[in-house]
Design a protein around this ligand. Sequence first.
Ligand code: CA
Length: 224
Amino acid sequence: MKVLLAEDSTRLVETLVQGLAEESIAVSAVARGSDAVATALRGDLDVVVLDLGLPDMDGLDVLRAIRTAGSHVPILVLTARDAVESRVAALGAGADDYLVKPFAFEELLARLRAIARRASGPRWSPLAAGAVSLTPDLGISVEGRRIALSPREHAVLGYLLRRRGEVVTRTAILAEVFGYDFDPGTNVIDVHIAHLRRKLTGAPVRIETIRGAGFRLDVDGVAP
Ligand code: CA
């Protein structure tokens, strides 16, 4: 079994890596959410163990970025004891199971094995339209050329690509990609869209702004 551990507590990481190694489970550990997304999307893992409290990204955003990009890798989230809402949100965002900290190592082990046993089927649904496809390494492939994206750009583009040809509202992007159920009143989406447009210059992909409504992505030569 191959496990990715996304956790920023060095002490917990040391304990878990050692314990899992004794069970012949290969573990790679990352402390940052952006690294967790990038590693999870590489696609050769059996389970991701994801702490919801990471320093650079909200764990729920990590979860959403992985799922929005099309990965079905099983994810077990680690949460704080009082965080009922975040457990519910995590399950809603595509987590397979959760463990409340502090937990017994034996329970983690049992859950990892159960999740790995349950998991079947493809770990990755490629998102492709014509010459454009989202790649599981935080990139997009355009006519065979790879363009690197940030985790959020990857998630926004994945969402628009999945709903190509439709007008997608800012509210929908905020909720589905960023997990906001309110408008934070920032231009966060516009910034990501601007970056994406710049990176996609010359590619057969257009992200149009529909005034007062949202955005629409079209891929040249591909019916929605
Ligand atoms: Ca933490």
